[in-house]
Structures are given as structure tokens and as C-alpha cells.
Design a protein around this ligand. Structure first.
Ligand SMILES: *Cc1c(COP(=O)(O)O)cnc(C)c1O
Length: 499
């Protein structure tokens, strides 16, 4: 089977982009997101065979179905996968952990930066290097290079840095607001010694940092000279890499509970993680339901209740205890909307779906809101449920899980666990796999707020891994930008690149 890609907003159903195009450009020229021309299907015999594979073997099988062997050979793909997951601390890469008979956690935080984004970004970094190395061969002049520029409010920058550190022909610049990220987050990013990694501490807010990055992307001249790239959550390779753990955790659970009716609960922000679950399910993973868990930035939960996809522009983004999920719009939701449109109003026609989606996205952009026909919402509800969890519930859930299970979860994971508990209370005899997206040490403030009243609890002893403890004494490399100015940031990039 040959696998090609197309944009969500294109009415041209025969667009046939390569996997390499899609990974290296991120966003389609028409502003849409890339989709595989078809979702590969796996049959019962294949699932049976896959159930005995290790995580890396399974990752190879899943990725193989979406990447044409003419683009990446079996041997190269195996090597990419092996290198990407050899950096994980757990032998199973993403182990499951039983909390109760009906509730299991899927621990996604055993990668180098203790957050689930490592699962995708370790792979994406290796892919970038693979494609660039192939394009450049052993050229000494005129090598194709890429400058990755991104902004972080703390948690996601480090996963990008650890994915790209030391990669040939890749430079990475991460902007963060001075004094507004936690010491551990700053240490994780700034103690990386690789020469291609640059952290810019910008005097301003996270929004200032994001604005600067947007302006840099919009600067055609700078862009063509420095080949600015992104590794943000719309990159298809990230969605693809995340599909493996849905299959893997399902198989692990069924070994313990052969007849389980499995539901996945996913703490969601940009809808990348749970979208991977959608693809896995469409491929043939027999998941019963997928549950979207949001914090107080609840655009997805509101959509599932009303069919209105509406940005809460007046209130703005709420700063919650689960900051990696603080969004106004879920950028990857566009991909699900395309499938929902195709399977309802577009009557199965890919080109018509592109047209419909383009109109919805135009309307969202101009009015901040789009209401989809009821049949589209009905389509979403055949597989998805949703729930919203606030800050008070987040703290209470961290405490309850510690009290009842002697186990510490982070605030993002708590959003999923609380949602699982609410769903389980409604009956249905299902088993929940709740995705645990970060290690609690990364969010010490909220975790301590929840647990400090327990006389036996100690953050340093019970939560903080030695590896993170050791960062405090390591040398930091930070470039201070004393004003939130795009020109100053551009100059800093030029200075560091030295050309
Ligand atoms: C990014 C992130 C999420 C949200 O994932 P999406 O793919 O954006 O929905 C949840 N938890 C943590 C810890 C994250 O870093």
C-alpha cells in the first residue's frame, strides 16, 4: 500500500504529499492540517499477533502502515524507533499501573523530560535528522538546515529540546517568560549542554513569547534565510507516534483482564493525544469509548454538549493548575472535524469534506464560533464522551489518590482520573485506562498544595526523582532578552547561528 497525505482544507482529493513533506512542513499551504489519504485497517489476526510485541516492535508495525517503504526502509524505520525509545527509563516504555479493578493509569512520563510529549518528540527529532542527513549526504557546503523556534510556558519546551539536542543540521531556540516558569522547568531546559540548543529567557509574558514566535514565522525574509521550523502539536509525526501506546496499553490490560470493555480517558488540550486514540480505533483497536477530559478551558467539552465549536475569546485563556491544557482552541480538532464532516454531510466524499471544513474554519476565524449540523455532532458522540474538571476537583483528586493508593499523580493526570471516576459512577461495567501525561515532580506547587497536609508526605523523598534533583547543581546556559522585542530575539538567533 502506498501512503500519501493531503490537507484538511483542500477540495483536491488527489493531493499526494509524501510523509517527508508533511513532517518537514508541519502545516499545509492552505492553512489546513495534513491527513493520511486513508486510515490503514488491521484485522483480528494482526491484532492477535501485535498483542505479543514489545513497545518498540509494535511502534514499528504501526508506523510502517503510514510511511511508504520507498520513503523509509524497514531497516531505517527500525533504527529510528529503537533510538527514539532507548532514552526511556521504563523497559515497557509506557507501562500501565492498576489503581482499582476498573481504573488503570497509562504512565506516559518515563521519557527524558518526564512528560508524555517525549513519546512523540523523541521520534520527531530523529526523523528531522534522518531527512536532513539524507538530503545533505556528506556535502560540506550548502547543507540544508533547519532552525526550530518555539515558545513555552514551561512544560513543553524541554520535550522539544530533548528531542532535538545534538541533531545534525538542526538548531533549536526556545523562548520562555523570565521568572514565570518553575525552577525545575527552567533547569531542565537550560542545563542541556549541546551546542545546537539555545534557551532565550524573555522579559515578558508567555503571550509575548508566542507573539514573537508568530512574527518570526511570518517574516518571509528571515524564514527563507534560516529555514524556520516548528515541532508543535499539529505535526503529523507526533499524532502518528502517539498511536502506539493505545494499542500497547490495550494489549497489556487484556492480559490482566481478558474480557474488559476498555475506555480511554485523555487529559486534553490541543487534542493531539486523544486524536491518536481516534486513529488507533479507526484502524481496528477495539476501544469501547474515548473520553475527552478538559480543565476549565473547556471548548471541547462545550462542543460535545452543544455542537458549537466556540472560542471563549472574551474570558481569554484561564490559567489553571494544569497549564499544558490551557488553550482557547484545540488545534488538532480540525482533523477530527474533517472525518466527521466526510462521514456525514459530505456523504463519504473526501473532496466535499475539504470544502465543508474550509468553510467551517473560515467562519471560526472570522466570528470565533462555528455550529456544526446535528448529524456531525451525533457522529462524534458515537465514539467520544467528554467531561470538565475544575481546579478544586484537581487538587482533591491528587489527595484522594495519594490517600487511597499511596501514589502521587500530577494535576493533568488528575483531570483524567477525576473524569474516569465520574464516568465509572454512571455504571456500564467498563474498565478505564486513564492517560497519565506528566510526572508529578514537574508540577510541585499544585502537588504540594494537595498533599502538604499529610504528615507523612515529603516531596523531596516521595516525588522528586534523583535525576531532576541533580539538575539544580548543573551549569545553566541562558540568554537573557531584556525586552519582549522580536528584533532582539531575531538578533539573538543570528548571533548564535553565526551567519
Ligand atoms: C500537552 C499536554 C497535555 C495535552 O495534550 P494534547 O495533545 O494537547 O491534547 C496534557 N498533559 C500534559 C502534561 C501535556 O504536556
Amino acid at each position: 500500500m502506498s501512503t500519501t497525505y493531503r490537507s484538511t482544507r483542500s477540495a483536491d482529493a488527489s493531493q499526494a504529499l509524501s510523509f517527508e513533506d508533511v513532517v518537514m512542513t508541519g502545516l499545509a499551504k492552505d492553512g489546513g492540517l495534513f491527513l493520511p489519504s486513508q486510515i490503514p485497517k488491521v484485522d483480528a489476526a494482526t491484532l492477535q499477533r501485535w498483542s505479543g510485541l514489545s513497545f518498540t516492535e509494535l511502534a514499528f508495525e504501526v508506523l510502517r502502515l503510514y510511511i511508504d517503504p520507498k520513503e523509509i526502509s524497514d531497516a531505517d524505520l527500525k533504527s529510528l524507533v529503537d533510538r527514539s525509545y532507548s532514552t526511556f527509563r521504563a523497559p515497557e516504555v509506557t507501562p500501565i499501573r492498576k489503581l482499582t479493578d476498573d481504573l488503570y493509569l497509562l504512565e506516559l512520563f518515563h521519557g527524558p523530560t518526564y512528560a508524555f510529549k517525549d513519546v512523540a518528540l523523541q521520534f520527531v527529532g530523529n526523523l528531522f535528522e534522518f531527512f536532513l542527513t539524507r538530503a545533505n549526504g556528506d556535502k560540506t557546503e550548502g547543507r540544508q538546515q533547519i532552525t526550530v523556534v518555539g515558545a513555552t510556558s514551561g512544560d513543553t519546551g524541554s520535550a522539544a529540546i530533548y528531542g532535538l539536542r545534538g541533531k545534525k543540521d538542526v538548531s533549536v531556540f526556545i523562548l520562555y517568560p523570565t521568572g514565570r516558569i518553575s525552577p525545575i522547568q527552567e533547569e531542565q531546559m537550560t542545563t542541556v549542554p549541546d551546542a545546537n540548543v539555545h534557551t532565550l529567557s524573555v522579559k515578558g509574558t508567555f503571550d509575548d513569547c508566542q507573539d514573537i514566535v508568530k512574527q518570526i514565522f511570518g517574516d518571509a525574509e528571515f524564514n527563507s534565510k534560516y529555514h524556520v521550523g516548528a515541532v508543535n502539536s499539529i505535526n503529523w509525526a507526533r499524532i502518528l507516534a502517539q498511536q502506539t501506546y493505545y494499542f500497547y496499553s490495550y494489549f497489556q490490560l487484556l492480559k490482566q483482564k481478558p474480557d474488559a470493555k476498555v475506555r480511554f480517558v485523555v487529559p486534553s488540550g490541543n487534542f493531539g493525544d486523544i486524536l491518536a486514540g481516534y486513529y488507533a480505533t479507526k484502524m481496528g483497536l477495539p476501544a469501547d469509548r474515548l473520553v475527552i477530559a478538559t480543565n476549565e478551558n473547556d471548548i471541547l467539552d462545550r462542543f460535545m454538549k452543544s455542537g458549537r465549536y466556540e472560542k471563549n475569546a472574551e474570558a481569554g485563556v484561564k490559567a489553571t493548575y494544569s497549564p499544558a491544557m490551557d488553550i482557547l482552541i484545540s488545534s488538532n480538532f480540525e482533523r477530527l472535524l474533517w472525518y466527521l464532516a466526510r462521514d456525514s454531510v459530505a456523504k463519504g466524499d473526501d473532496a466535499a469534506a475539504g470544502t465543508v471544513l474550509g468553510q467551517w474554519m473560515d467562519q471560526l476565524k472570522s466570528t470565533g464560533s462555528v455550529e456544526v449540523p446535528q448529524e456531525v455532532l451525533a457522529g462524534a458522540r458515537t465514539l467520544f464522551d467528554s467531561n470538565r474538571v475544575d481546579n478544586t476537583e484537581t487538587v482533591a483528586t491528587i489527595k484522594q489518590i495519594y490517600d487511597d493508593h499511596d501514589y502521587v499523580i500530577d494535576p493533568h493526570t488528575a483531570i483524567g482520573v477525576k473524569t474516569s471516576q465520574k464516568c465509572a459512577a454512571a455504571g456500564d461495567n467498563a474498565t478505564y485506562i486513564s492517560l497519565s501525561t506528566a510526572h508529578p515532580a514537574k508540577f510541585s506547587e499544585v502537588v504540594n498544595k494537595a498533599l502538604d497536609s499529610n504528615p507523612n508526605y515529603s516531596f523531596d523523598r516521595d516525588v522528586l526523582p534523583d535525576e531532576l534533583k541533580a539538575l539544580a547543581s548543573q551549569e545553566k546556559r541562558i540568554k537573557l532578552i531584556d525586552e519582549a522585542s522580536v528584533d532582539k530575539v531575531k538578533q539573538a538567533i543570528i548571533d548564535e547561528l553565526g551567519h
